[in-house]
Design a protein around this ligand. Structure first.
Ligand code: ADP
Ligand code: MG
Length: 213
């Protein structure tokens, strides 16, 4: 795999995301216990495990079909806000790729289409203390590195670093969207669970899509 992402690589990405979320389920739920309703880890774990099972049961023929199947599964299996939001991310990615192997530039465009979908669906803005605060910087880093002629592997490493920095930057933010917003000032000082999951999504991409698996 030079700089292209095929069905096998995307399957590995989703499986690794599921594995990381399972590994961090307690942490994610703990973060949500502080500023939400303590279900984020369980929500994402349930949805991703169902997505992985669906991929194994009916292996999709091409990248667009795969990303669509993952998005639909997340939407149908996750009750919380994160199901429709992460589901939309994958569905919009599906709409931005074709049936061929996904090259690096297309992957970057697809992730940004996913971000745009999350923004359209959730109406959050940067700084509202949501997953957008990790995903936005990740897309920016990916675009910058691609524009500079970097490889997908290098661009993904930068994007994962940016997502972690974005996740950490949610700590001092005041939540303006989702359940955490009900806490007002009391949401300050806590890391956003959804942004934490987005950092795991990018970490999974580094090891499965960046040729470092
Ligand atoms: P719920 O809030 O319904 O219990 P989860 O706990 O699974 O759902 O997910 C909470 C996460 O969803 C938050 O940490 C935040 O990152 C994300 N989120 C919530 N509302 C929005 C929104 N409107 N836009 C973007 N992300 C959001
Ligand atoms: Mg919750």
């Amino acid at each position: 795999m030079a700089d292209g992402v095929d069905v096998q690589a995307l399957t590995a990405w989703v499986r690794e995301f599921d594995r990381l979320v399972a590994e961090h389920e307690g942490e994610l739920t703990g973060l949500d216990a502080a500023i939400g309703d303590a279900d984020h880890g369980a929500n994402m774990h349930r949805g991703l495990t169902a997505a992985v099972a669906a991929l194994a049961g009916t292996p999709p023929a091409d990248p667009a079909a795969l990303l669509k199947q993952v998005g639909m599964t997340l939407i149908s299996k996750v009750g919380g806000a994160s199901g429709p939001l992460y589901g939309t991310l994958f569905l919009r990615m599906a709409g931005a790729v074709g049936t061929d192997e996904v090259d690096a530039a297309t992957y970057a465009r697809a992730l940004r289409a996913g971000l745009d979908g999350v923004l359209a669906r959730g109406k959050a803005e940067p700084g509202d203390k949501t997953m957008v605060d990790a995903l936005g910087p990740a897309c920016d880093a990916l675009d910058q590195e691609m524009a500079a002629g970097g490889s997908l592997a290098e661009a993904l490493r930068r994007a994962a670093t940016a997502a972690r920095q974005g996740r950490d930057a949610t700590v001092p933010m005041l939540a303006r969207k989702g359940r955490a917003s009900y806490l007002g000032e009391r949401s300050i000082g806590h890391q956003d669970p959804g942004a934490t999951t987005t950092a795991l999504l990018l970490d999974a991409a580094v090891t499965t899509l960046g040729g470092e698996g």
